[in-house]
Design a protein around this ligand. Structure first.
Ligand code: NAD
Length: 251
C-alpha cells in the first residue's frame, strides 16, 4: 500500500463524497494530500482523520487567487505531481427553467474551477518534471438529460478542456498527462442534494438504478481505483482521454 510514497496530491472538493474517498485512499497509499474545499468543517474533519499526511486548505475553486495559495502549499510539501479537479455542484434545470444565475454558478464551479486548477497545476508541474492531472467530469458530460442543461454543458466542456491541456502539455514536452474521468451515478452526498431538488427523490433514485445496464449505481471505490490508475506509472501512455466508469450508463 505504498504506491504513492513520496508524492503530493491536490484534491479539490475533498470534504465529502468522492474527494474525501480519494484523499483517504491516497494517504493510505503513502501520498501527502492537500485537501481543499469550501466546506471548512468537513475539510478539517477529514484532515484530522487522516493525520499529518493531509493538509486542509479552505478554497473556492472559482477563486483564482486562492488557487495560487493551494498550489504553493503543495509545492512547499515537495513532490507535487498529482492534481484531481474533483469539486463540483449539480443544479438541476432544463433550458426553460434554469436561471442565468444558476447557469453561471455551474460554469464557475464545474468548468472555470477546472480551468484554473489545470492552469496553475501545469505551471507548477512543468517546473518539476511533470505529473498527472485528472479532471472529474461525468457520464453527464457524454450523454444529455433534459433537466441538466448547465451540468451537461459544463461537464462536456471539461472533456474538451482536458484534451486541449493534454495536447498542449504533450507537445511542449512537459511530462504532464491530463485525463478526464466520467462516473455514472455514485452513492455520495451529492445525490441527497440532487434528490432534494425534486418532489419524489425515491422515484428518482429508482430511475437512476434502472438507467445503469449493470443493474446498480456505483460506489466511491469504483472511481478512486480509476483515478489511482491514472496517477500510476502504468498509465504513462494515457493522456487526453475520457475514462468512463459508469456501469454502462452512457451507452
Ligand atoms: N456522485 C455522483 O453520482 C457523480 C457522478 C458523476 C460525476 N460526479 C462528480 O464528482 C465530483 C464529486 O462529487 P461528489 O459526488 O463527491 O459530490 P459531493 O457533493 O459529495 O462533494 C462535492 C464537494 O465539492 C465541494 N464544493 C462545492 N463547490 C465548491 C467550490 N466552489 N469550491 C470548492 N469545493 C466546492 C463541496 O463542498 C463538496 O465537499 C463532482 O465534480 C461531481 O460532479 C459525481
Amino acid at each position: 500500500m505504498n504506491s504513492l510514497a513520496g508524492r503530493t496530491a491536490v484534491i479539490t472538493g475533498a470534504a465529502s463524497g468522492l474527494g474525501a474517498a480519494m484523499a483517504t485512499r491516497f494517504v493510505a497509499e503513502g501520498a501527502r494530500v492537500v485537501a481543499t474545499d469550501i466546506d471548512r468543517s468537513g475539510g478539517e474533519a477529514i484532515a484530522r482523520e487522516l493525520g499529518e499526511a493531509c493538509t486542509f486548505v479552505e478554497h473556492d475553486v472559482a477563486d483564482e487567487a486562492a488557487w495560487q495559495q493551494v498550489i504553493a502549499t503543495a509545492r512547499d510539501l515537495g513532490g507535487f505531481d498529482m492534481l484531481v479537479n474533483n469539486a463540483g455542484i449539480t443544479i438541476m434545470g432544463s433550458i426553460e427553467t434554469l436561471s442565468l444565475a444558476d447557469w453561471q454558478k455551474t460554469m464557475d464551479v464545474d468548468l472555470a474551477g477546472v480551468f484554473l486548477g489545470c492552469k496553475y497545476g501545469v505551471a507548477a508541474m512543468k517546473e518539476t518534471g511533470g505529473g498527472s492531472i485528472v479532471n472529474i467530469s461525468s457520464a453527464a458530460g457524454l450523454r444529455a438529460s433534459a433537466d441538466l442543461a448547465a451540468y451537461n454543458s459544463a461537464k462536456a466542456a471539461v472533456t474538451m478542456l482536458t484534451q486541449s491541456v493534454a495536447l498542449h502539455c504533450g507537445r511542449a514536452g512537459y511530462g504532464i498527462r491530463c485525463n478526464s474521468v466520467h462516473p455514472g451515478v455514485i452513492r455520495t452526498p451529492i445525490l441527497d442534494k440532487v434528490m432534494a431538488q425534486v418532489e419524489d427523490g425515491e422515484a428518482m433514485m429508482n430511475g437512476f438504478v434502472a438507467q445503469h445496464p449493470i443493474g446498480h449505481i456505483g460506489a466511491t471505490d469504483d472511481i478512486v481505483n480509476m483515478v489511482l490508475y491514472l496517477m500510476s506509472a502504468e498509465a504513462k501512455f494515457a493522456t487526453g482521454a475520457p475514462f468512463i466508469v459508469d456501469g454502462g450508463l452512457s451507452l
